[in-house]
Design a protein around this ligand. Structure first.
Ligand SMILES: Cc1cc2nc3c(=O)[nH]c(=O)nc-3n(C[C@H](O)[C@H](O)[C@H](O)COP(=O)(O)O)c2cc1C
Ligand code: SF4
Length: 405
């Protein structure tokens, strides 16, 4: 018999290539494409580019791909190049998802809302809405310096918006929905004591700050039914003083679990205050400056860069320990994300009881990763964690890996 320590160092990709289930959904292997906002929806509609991007992943053997940042309404978009859910894109979205199904991949949609963090020039109001009045760092180049606080009516409306978006997304063929509770976006702004300074029942204690996110989960569940898979992406920590921390993440996960989430994806950081903790590796600032078109935004990035882009050297499976803490606290499925790029890592995750693995950058460099992982026991992704692809979010043709494309 092989000793456990030795088993854990021996890549055994067969485990990752076995079928798995999230609620009633069967997935042919354990690899799921992580949400990476593709910026391939210039008119707010899915394009042929977006389709090719995901079709390549489907051809490469991914069990389920995720369409990154599907805003639940126009005012939930971070910018006007994002798509928002609604009848105006029903036929394009339906055909796009059908093409991916035809190629054997399931499709998840990440439900996003920017809250008080937006540079969307088509916003229905002067300023975006967050939990409390505050700075809208993303909106500064567009003259949208601040966000306003939501009223109780705005909160009720937002819950209904998530419900309606979920009904729509299920009806166009999405196989699963991933609700974004992390990275400093709208729901996370309610969860964070840093951005939520409300004095009513939606602010104060963690229970109060979780009231809106849990109402959203309940509304989305009602929209899609009990058997439909719902995933939650959370931040393990916001990585800034006074923000959500690793202990909060355990409590948040327990609340989501009790409220009926099917799987948790623990990530970390916020897009405005501390993005590097989410990625690790080389500083992304040079790439962001290279692809950013707005001179004002480049100036802001230069000034805020040293505080915003902190140094977090890359380590394989950099969220492993903290994700294990979540896994030990909940009953639902666990989806690992963060620096998984070798067969050895995939095997380790499976052996430690993670159910699925989400992959971001290692699929941008190697879209056929699942097939390659099956073919070669000592498979390692070509990704070198230089984070140039993060800068390409500002590229007119959308994201790509500049190193290997
Ligand atoms: C270009 C790019 C865009 C991303 N966009 C999103 C996004 O829209 N939503 C999200 O939750 N995470 C986003 N992420 C983060 C990834 O989902 C993932 O959490 C992160 O890349 C770490 O996983 P990895 O080490 O496998 O790349 C993005 C990552 C990249 C590289
Ligand atoms: S640009 Fe390519 S090599 Fe660099 S982090 Fe992104 S996917 Fe990896």
């Amino acid at each position: 018999m092989i000793p456990v320590a030795e088993q854990q160092n021996t890549p055994s990709p067969a485990l990752c290539h076995s079928e798995g289930k999230i609620n009633a959904l069967r997935l042919k292997n354990r690899f799921i494409k992580a949400a990476t906002f593709e910026n391939m929806t210039p008119e707010g509609k899915p394009t042929a580019n977006l389709s090719h991007f995901h079709e390549k992943l489907a051809d490469g053997g991914i069990a389920m791909t995720t369409i990154g940042y599907c805003a639940v309404e126009n005012d939930g978009r971070l910018n006007d190049r994002m798509m928002y859910m609604g009848e105006h894109i029903r036929s394009e979205l339906t055909e796009f998802i059908e093409r991916l199904h035809h190629k054997g991949s399931k499709v998840s949609g990440q439900m996003g809302h920017g809250g008080g963090f937006s540079q969307n020039s088509q916003l229905s109001r002067k300023r975006p809405l967050g939990p409390s009045f505050g700075l809208n760092a993303l909106g500064i180049p567009k003259g949208k310096f601040f966000c306003d606080a939501m009223t109780l009516q705005d909160i009720d409306k937002l819950v209904q918006t998530y419900h309606d978006a979920a009904v729509f997304m299920k009806s166009v063929g999405f196989d699963a929905l991933e609700i974004h509770f992390g990275h400093g976006y709208g729901l996370c702004q309610f969860m964070s004591p840093l951005t939520n300074r409300r004095k009513d029942e939606y602010g104060g204690s963690l229970e109060n700050r979780m009231r809106l996110p849990l109402r959203v989960l309940q509304a989305v569940r009602k929209a899609v039914g009990t058997e439909y898979p719902l995933l939650a992406k959370i931040s393990l920590t916001e990585g800034v003083p006074g923000g959500l921390n690793y202990d909060d993440a355990v409590e948040i996960s327990k609340m989501l679990d009790t409220a009926g989430i099917d799987a948790i994806i623990p990530s970390a950081g916020t897009s405005t205050m501390n993005p590097m903790i989410m990625f690790r590796g080389d500083n992304m600032l040079p790439a962001m400056l290279k692809y950013e078109k707005s001179r004002m935004m480049r100036l802001i990035l230069r000034l805020a860069g040293p505080i915003m882009f902190r140094s977090y050297p890359y380590e394989e499976l950099y969220f492993f320990e903290y994700s294990q803490r979540i896994k030990d606290a909940v009953q639902c499925k666990m989806i690992y994300v963060g620096g998984a790029s070798t067969n050895e890592s995939f095997t380790k995750l499976m052996q430690h009881g993670f159910d699925f693995i989400q992959l971001g950058r290692s699929l941008l460099s190697d879209p056929d990763l699942p097939l390659r992982s099956q073919q070669s026991l000592d498979y390692k992704s070509r990704c070198i964690h230089c984070n140039e692809c993060v800068g390409t979010i500002g590229h007119d043709d959308g994201i790509f890996c500049p190193r290997f494309n």
